[in-house]
Design a binder for this molecule. Structure first.
Ligand code: PLP
Length: 460
């Protein structure tokens, strides 16, 4: 029998019960056509009066979550799953445990749904339903500037703040607007595959610069700049994907000097910034004339928002905007409004705190079952990087894991040049919404890692 868990005691009880029901639908605990307990039975079991449950079901009904079938009872409505942020995960759920794609499958959707309703009711906000200034509405850019100031940017000029449709859109605007086909951009030896593919599409050559456990080596970058005409550098200083390395302040200073003296353009991808409540300084804050700083909310909040805040150096603003105008015209002001409100009413902090707690619990669970293996994992990282034991190759392991119902991503997909790459895999910790399934998946992975690859795996 369904029982409401984690009740918010600061709001009316009937609303808190409806919220719990909504949350269980979003996390997949309740599925379409599941039957809810009869009102009287639920009231008696949890020890509240019948009117509270009647009001809770009424509220859930109004939200479109449940339906009453005459003479048969109350059921979860079929369309309730339609707005589940983890739809892609859900389709796979019955078969595959997804440790591949990094997704905030654990994010609580309640604050988002509340804000969507508020925006829907705010009839005075006609501007968000129309074409607006391509950089974004002034008030949204102001919120963005306030938000970015926590990452060490001083005296932000609002004209340098541009909203894009997620980080990928910002990456494409940067490559299309500020670089030419044939240009060379330096990157870590292993980097975000979305960037590798965007560079390919734009005819830009990537070269790998050596790195250590703090990220790119400043000397190696300086030497590469002497040998080749490098135009830019793509980095994730505060959380490297896939290795989860974080740069020290000293490393940032050293890299900033190299970037400044070679007059490179830094493309700083800080897509995981939001989990970092200690507000680590952005490398771009040291390079206001040479940087494009990208802070998206997709990975650590709700990917469906498709909003990134971008701070572009003054000299590159027009070229960046030009690319935005000629690709998507503007980021959705409707979504930017939702994000702005969540920042202004501090809901975003509540989500951040809960996501960080969930990340930490998942990290602990993963560490305890994978302690025999070499792991790279950092405080807030939503993924871990595991070096495979001898005998396993990343590709064969990826296939072997798929055969036991788990998706992981092998090093090859992150490899900047086609040369050798480590035998390692990335394990996403937050995509699978259900703790039990997560644990099952980690146990299966651990068992597989303790085995030798079978001959069948080796020849695949
Ligand atoms: C490092 C990095 N940057 C950017 C993105 C894409 O972000 P968005 O969904 O905002 O386009 C991802 C998603 O995988 C990522 O890992």
């Amino acid at each position: 029998m369904w029982l409401p868990k984690q009740i918010n005691t600061n709001i009316a009880l009937y609303k808190a019960i409806a919220d719990a029901l909504e949350r269980d639908i979003h996390t997949g605990k309740l599925k379409s056509n599941d039957r809810l307990p009869p009102q009287r039975q639920l009231a008696e079991t949890i020890g509240v009066n019948l009117t509270t449950i009647t009001r809770a079901y009424g509220e859930a009904n109004q939200r479109g979550l449940i339906e009453t079938r005459k003479g048969d009872g109350t059921y979860i409505k079929a369309r309730s799953t339609a707005y589940n942020a983890n739809a892609s995960t859900q389709t796979l759920q019955s078969t595959l445990i997804d440790f591949g794609f990094v997704n905030p499958g654990i994010a609580d959707l309640t604050p988002l749904l509340k804000t969507i309703r508020q925006v829907g009711d705010a009839t005075e906000l006609m501007d968000i339903y129309h074409y607006v200034d391509s950089a974004g509405l002034h008030r949204h850019r102001q919120t963005a500037a306030n938000w970015l100031s926590q990452y060490g940017f001083r005296n932000i000029n609002i004209n340098q703040i541009i909203l894009t449709g997620g980080a990928m859109n910002a990456i494409h605007c940067t490559l299309l607007g500020l670089f030419q086909p044939g240009d060379i951009i330096a990157a870590d030896p292993l980097t975000f595959p979305g960037f590798i593919n965007a560079a390919k599409l734009c005819g830009i050559q990537l070269i790998a610069i050596s790195s250590d456990d703090e990220g790119m080596l400043p000397n190696a970058l300086a030497q590469a700049c002497v040998k080749q005409q490098i135009k830019g550098v793509y980095l994730m200083p505060n959380m490297q994907n896939p290795t989860s390395t974080c740069m020290s302040d000293q490393r940032k200073q050293q890299l900033a000097e190299v970037i400044r003296s070679a007059d490179l353009r830094l493309i700083e991808d800080d897509v995981f910034a939001f989990t970092n409540l200690e507000s680590t300084t952005a490398l771009s804050a040291l390079l206001p004339q040479n940087s494009i700083y990208i802070c998206s909310f997709s990975k650590t909040l709700y990917p469906g928002l498709r909003i990134a805040y971008v701070k572009v150096s003054e000299r590159d603003c027009n070229a960046f905007l030009n690319a935005l105008v000629h690709t998507v015209w503007m980021a959705s002001p409707l979504n930017a409004e939702i994000l702005s409100r969540m920042i202004e009413n501090s809901d975003i902090h509540k989500v951040a705190v809960s996501i960080r707690a969930a990340i930490s619990a998942r990290q602990q669970m993963a560490r305890s079952h994978l302690e025999d293996f070499e792991l790279s994992i950092n405080r807030e990282s939503m993924f871990l990087w595991l070096t495979l034991p001898e005998g396993w190759y990343a590709d064969t392991f990826e296939n072997a894991a798929l055969r036991v119902g788990i998706r992981v991503i092998g090093a090859k997909k992150f490899n900047v040049d086609s040369g050798s790459c480590p035998n390692a895999i990335r394990i996403a910790l937050t995509t699978e919404p259900d703790d039990e399934r997560f644990q099952q998946g980690i146990l299966k992975l651990s068992a597989l890692l303790h085995q030798s690859p079978s001959l069948a795996d080796a020849v695949m």
